[in-house]
Ligand binder design. Sequence first.
Ligand code: AMP
Length: 175
Amino acid sequence: MLEHSIRTIPDHPKPGILFRDITTLLGDPAAFSAAVDALVAPYTAPAGVAKVAGIEARGFILGGAVAHRLGVGFVPVRKKGKLPHETVRISYALEYGTDEIEVHRDAVTRGERVLLVDDLIATGGTAVAAVDLLRSIGAEVVAAAFVIDLPDLGGAARLRAMGLPVQTLVAFPGH
Ligand code: AMP
């Protein structure tokens, strides 16, 4: 069901990319609710997580819903230059060039248990940078959760190799 609620746009944003569009999932109340239920399920124990961190921008929608359902706070991991208070920044490699993400330095307390959420994991570059960034401000990142895995690009395996449990709901083989 979830898989069929995700729309695939060939050659977006450039030739050869199959863009996995979750706006159709978000617009379908049954699919949106099922996705959030599934993302939340492993972390409902009282000591599970204290905060959810979501990666801009689609990770805000899913992570915000997950945080609300868990009754915990939300931490935005943003593109550089957007957060108003004192930030910590990390740069990471893209296919061409680099990008930067940042969080507020005081977004978590030391040792706070954080669940990282994004819509999709591909190479894992973004998620690995977010984990490093959250750890650098004292978070204990306990797991990472994504709606979509592109397993052939190896991102989930990279996170697992860092000792992080990774949960994904739908896998698309290939790119
Ligand atoms: P990566 O850092 O390679 O794991 O890429 C993950 C980030 O890029 C996520 O925030 C995704 O939203 C986005 N992304 C990468 N590949 C795709 C794709 N094929 N379809 C949709 N979003 C993608």
